[in-house]
Structures are given as structure tokens and as C-alpha cells.
Ligand binder design. Structure first.
Ligand code: NAD
Length: 492
């Protein structure tokens, strides 16, 4: 039998500072394909609960020394790590592009965001200084933030480098040790992250990586040695993880899917709105939880829709539009378009059957704009996760807000208008955690935190920024009293 040489070595778990040996013969592996070309580039093990247990044990062994290291020392590793990310930015971006299918610019932007997240973690010593107060005569109360212990982070496919950075720097700087479970569809970036952290001086066992799918995730939710679980992925799995982890008495934040509404008013700036909406729906091939996948046109906005289609036409698969993640994803997205058409919506720009010359086996969908979508259609309700914009029409802003409010999701919403009072009204009444005014992808940059509402997030805290401090730490409150009479006169 011909042995195929893969572009990247078979992915291994990373435990106690080392790549683990070949998985046990019983461990299944999954092929990893580059969605740009459809080529097989690596394999990833579908690890067992036993492999997870080994990683948890390594993280438990590393915890006392790591938690006992002053935060001012822990953070030095992340200052060094940031410079290593900057040094290797292009190589890291190339890897993201290859395993995820992004354009060069999108892949670079993802790694730049990872650098910003690391930069924020470096500021944590300034942010978590404790509190102290004399609460009664001679009695002092103090509150300090302490790490939780071993924590876990479960990632999706759409940001192989950035999403692990939502959790790793903050959780680790705050004194926890971690098991990371990358998406089995994009396991390569995490290997590089571990290598660079090791180069920066992270002690063995502080970060461990266990690859796999459902079995490892369930084992994470059940493992008694794990104190907290963060999850990013679809709403369906976020619910399962949240219920299972919290029923095992762990804290959990589980970010889910999205259906972000962009409300376009007739007074919106036509050029700015058209280019923003087109970029929001098509960036990262629509595979962003912040993608504006639903536009609600209020009143007379035909002139903006026409410009939007013009803008979207300039987005070309294989040039300034990357691939979607898999053949199955492409089929699902095309099915959504076909169903909407059959249900009576009007396709203004059709991205089905896109072919990129030279990359005929890649998974591409062209930008797609569908007008006159009705709220009862599947495409108006479900997350499509492709470069597809569904346009709904209403006569009033209140009707548009009612559509936005009716969505089960609530990650982001945006309004395009030149009227301050209309913008304010949407800011107050949209049911979403992240709001944009004339911004199609309103990601709150550090130190603000990232997190949606409704079925886009389960759990009390956000996953990044200041809010994540609460998630990754617990407060220790100490009350201190010394007997003032017990002073000794050392001189007598
Ligand atoms: P997914 O839910 O399929 O997978 C996410 C993680 O869950 C992966 O690590 C996967 O291995 C694991 N998993 C998959 N099936 C499982 C099962 N049955 N039981 C236990 N674990 C399982 O999500 P995805 O397709 O990788 O990512 C895309 C989704 O993530 C989209 O819905 C997107 O909106 C969402 N997302 C949300 C945010 C956010 O901030 N809200 C950010 C990024 C992505």
C-alpha cells in the first residue's frame, strides 16, 4: 500500500510539555483537509477519556507551583510570548489560512487579534490588585482573586488561532492550568501555540492539549479534576456542554451560534452602508459568529440594496473570499439558498456552484444576496454560516426591532443610519450583547469583553476582557484582627 506523505506531521496531544507518542492502536484518527484545495494535509487523534485524564493529571501537578508564582512573574512569560507571536505572525497566519481557508488578510487579522488578547493579559496584574478596608476598629477585611485550579477550553473551527487566545492568556496569567481541546477540523494552529508558549518559558503542564471530538468534550464536562469549562461553538453543543458541565458542579461559559441583524434605515449613508454590510456578511466566508447574516431594510432602501449587490459582486472566491470549512458545509449553505428560492425569496446574487480555477477541489461558495425573505423562512431563522445575506423588509423601525428581538440568538446587532436618535433607539431596544452603529462587525476590542445574549451565550460572564477575570478566578475574603494589647516592649 502506498504511504502518503502529509504536509504536516500527524497531530499529537501535548501533555506535561511534551508531544505524546503515537496514540494507542485503538484510537481512531480523523483526516484533516485544507478547505482551500481539498487536499489531505494531516491527521488528528480522536482521543479517549483516558487521554484527557492524563492531561488533567499533568495540569493538576503543575498547578501548585504555577498558582504560587506571583502574577508579576507569570505575566513575564506572556510579554515574551507576545513578541514570539509578532516574530512568527506570517507563519501563524499561513497555517490558519491553510487549515481554515481564510484569505491572507483575514488570517493575518486573526493572529493580530491573538496578539491584542495577549497584550490584554499582560495588563492583568494592574487590574486584579485586591481590596482592603478597615471595617471596624483594628479589624481589616481584604479580598483577593485566586485561581480556580485546572480549567478547560473547548474551541470551534472558525478561528483556530484567535479563539484559543480568548482563554489561554487570561486563564493562565490568572494562575490556572489548562486543558485545551481544539476543533478537530483545525488542530494545527494549537500545536504552534503550545510550541511558542514553551519557547516563552511556560512551565510543563500549565497548558496541555487533548485533541478529539465528542468523547473528549463529554469527558471534560464529567472530569472531577476540572473546575471550569469554557466552550465556543454552535448553540446545539453549547447547550449540551453547559448543562453537563454545570450539572457536574463546574462553572461554565458556553458561547453559541448567531443570527445577527443589520437594521438599515433609509437615511443611512449608501456607500458606507453597502460596503459594511457586504463585508459583514462575507468576511471569513460568512463563518463568523459576528457575521451580519440578516439585513432588515426599513422603508425605502432599494438604492442601498442596489449598491450592496454591486459591492458584493466585487467579492470573488479564491481572490478576496476564502473557502468554507468542508464539503458538507458547502452543501448545507447551498441547500439553504435553494430552499429560500423555492419558498419565494428573490436571489439577487447567487454564489452556488462557485469554482476557483486551479482549486477545483476546494470548498467555495460565492457571495449570495437574497431579497424579500419572509420571517417564517428557514433562512431567516437558522444560522447559515456562509457568505449569504438574507434581506427582510419592514415599514417601521419598531417592526425591524421586533424581528431582531424574535430571534433566538442575540450575539450582535447593528443599525445603519445618520440619525442619532434612531441609533440610540436601537442601542436601547436590540436584544443582543454587542451592538454596532454604522459598524457591521461590532467586536468589542480589549479591555471590553466579548459575549452575546439569549441562545448565543450560556453562563454569567463574558469570555474575554474584564468580565473574564470574574470567570477565571474566585474571591478570597479575609478578615484580620490583632490584639492591640499584645504588643511587647522588646527593649524592656
Ligand atoms: P461545533 O459546535 O460543531 O463544535 C465546537 C466544539 O464542540 C468542537 O471542539 C467540537 O469538537 C465539539 N463538538 C462537536 N460536536 C460535539 C458533540 N456532539 N458533543 C460534544 N462536543 C462536540 O461548532 P463549529 O462548527 O466548530 O463552530 C461553528 C459554530 O461556532 C457556529 O455556530 C458559530 O456561530 C459558533 N461560534 C460562536 C462564537 C461566539 O462567540 N458566540 C464564536 C465562534 C464560533
Amino acid at each position: 500500500m502506498e504511504v502518503q506523505t502529509l504536509k504536516y506531521p500527524a497531530v499529537r496531544n501535548y501533555v506535561a510539555g511534551q508531544s505524546t507518542p503515537d496514540p494507542d492502536p485503538g484510537t481512531a484518527t480523523l483526516d484533516v483537509f485544507s478547505p482551500l484545495t481539498g487536499a489531505l494535509i494531516s491527521t488528528v487523534p480522536l482521543s479517549s477519556a483516558a487521554a484527557l485524564d492524563a492531561a488533567v493529571q499533568a495540569a493538576q501537578a503543575a498547578f501548585p507551583e504555577w498558582a504560587g508564582t506571583p502574577i508579576k512573574e507569570r505575566v513575564q512569560i506572556f510579554y515574551r510570548y507576545k513578541t514570539l507571536l509578532e516574530r512568527d505572525l506570517q507563519a501563524l497566519a499561513d497555517l490558519v489560512r491553510e487549515e481554515n481557508g481564510k484569505t491572507y488578510d483575514e488570517a493575518r487579522a486573526e493572529v493580530e487579534k491573538a496578539i491584542e488578547l495577549t497584550e490584554f493579559a499582560c495588563s492583568l496584574p494592574q487590574l486584579i490588585a485586591g481590596e482592603v478596608l478597615e471595617v471596624s476598629k483594628g479589624v481589616e477585611a481584604r479580598a483577593e482573586r485566586k485561581p480556580l485550579g485546572v480549567v478547560a477550553s473547548i474551541a470551534p473551527f472558525n478561528f483556530p488561532n484567535m479563539v484559543p487566545h480568548w482563554t489561554i492568556p487570561n486563564a493562565l496569567v490568572l494562575g490556572n492550568t489548562m486543558v485545551l481541546k481544539p476543533s478537530e477540523q483545525v488542530p494545527l494552529s494549537a500545536v504552534k501555540i503550545a510550541e511558542l508558549l514553551q519557547e516563552a518559558g511556560l512551565p510543563p503542564g500549565v497548558l496541555n492539549i487533548v485533541n478529539g471530538g465528542r468523547e473528549v468534550v463529554e469527558a471534560i464536562c464529567d472530569h472531577p479534576g476540572i473546575q471550569a469549562v469554557s466552550f465556543v461553538g454552535s448553540t446545539k453543543i453549547a447547550k449540551v456542554v453547559y448543562v453537563r458541565a454545570t450539572s457536574n458542579l463546574k462553572r461554565c461559559v458556553a458561547l453559541g451560534g448567531a443570527k445577527n441583524h443589520l437594521l438599515v434605515l433609509p437615511d443611512a449613508h449608501p456607500d458606507m452602508t453597502a460596503s459594511n454590510v457586504a463585508a459583514s456578511m462575507s468576511g471569513c466566508a460568512g463563518q463568523r459568529c459576528m457575521a451580519g447574516s440578516t439585513m432588515v431594510g426599513v422603508g425605502a432602501v432599494d438604492h442601498i440594496v442596489a449598491k450592496l449587490v454591486e459591492e458584493a459582486r466585487k467579492i470573488v472566491p479564491g481572490q478576496n473570499l476564502g473557502s468554507v470549512i468542508s464539503r458538507e458545509a458547502r452543501e448545507r449553505i447551498e441547500q439553504h439558498i435553494t430552499e429560500a428560492e423555492a419558498a419565494g425569496a428573490k436571489i439577487l446574487l447567487d454564489g452556488r456552484n462557485a469554482v476557483v480555477p486551479g482549486h477545483e477541489h476546494g470548498y467555495y461558495v460565492g457571495p449570495t444576496v437574497i431579497d424579500h425573505v419572509r420571517p417564517d423562512m428557514r433562512i431567516a431563522q437558522e444560522e447559515v454560516f456562509g457568505p449569504v445575506l438574507a434581506i427582510l423588509r419592514t415599514n417601521t423601525l419598531d417592526e425591524a426591532l421586533a424581528l431582531e428581538n424574535a430571534s433566538r440568538y442575540g450575539n450582535a446587532a447593528a443599525v445603519f443610519t445618520q440619525s442619532g436618535s434612531h441609533a440610540r433607539y436601537v442601542m436601547d431596544h436590540a436584544s443582543a450583547g454587542m451592538i454596532g452603529v454604522n459598524i457591521g462587525v461590532p467586536v468589542p476590542r480589549e479591555p471590553f469583553s466579548f459575549g452575546g445574549w439569549n441562545e448565543s451565550k450560556f453562563g454569567a460572564c463574558d469570555i474575554t476582557g474584564k468580565s473574564s477575570i470574574e470567570f477565571w478566578t474566585q474571591l478570597k475574603k479575609t478578615t484580620v484582627k490583632w490584639n492591640p494589647e499584645s504588643r511587647v516592649n522588646w527593649m524592656s
